[in-house]
Unconditional design. Sequence first.
Length: 150
Amino acid sequence: MTKLAIGDKAPAIDGVLENGNPVSLNDFKGKKLVLYFYPKDDTPGCTAEACDLRDNYKRFIDEGYAIIGVSPDSEKKHLKFIEKYDLPFSLIADTEKTVCENYGVWVEKSMYGRKYMGVARSTFIIDGEGVIETIIEKVKTKEHAAQILD
């Protein structure tokens, strides 16, 4: 897939939430959507990011945003993560990595010289008409809400 850019039509989201319900981009028509991709539930960076979004959730709602997270973790792991940290937003269980691939965030990574495939932590702000308004590739996990709202 080619790299997405600001002004592009956002790719379809065909996913399943932590509660087993289906979700699509059309569910957010008329709202700004914070679609954030993260590697794994309950890891230090991913937890810091989710909790920062949680702690600023009222501000997001007041400014007309919806938030949804995406990782390859299962519905069951997402549900535990949401309950453990009292997250007020849903998470897509992208176990087949379809949404990650459509958004170009399923990439080759490297750690200690070992190459592997994983999620590039990224956020897409999508307007109410389904157009990408902002792309954040250098996510600051503890200050992510400020990167979006300020």
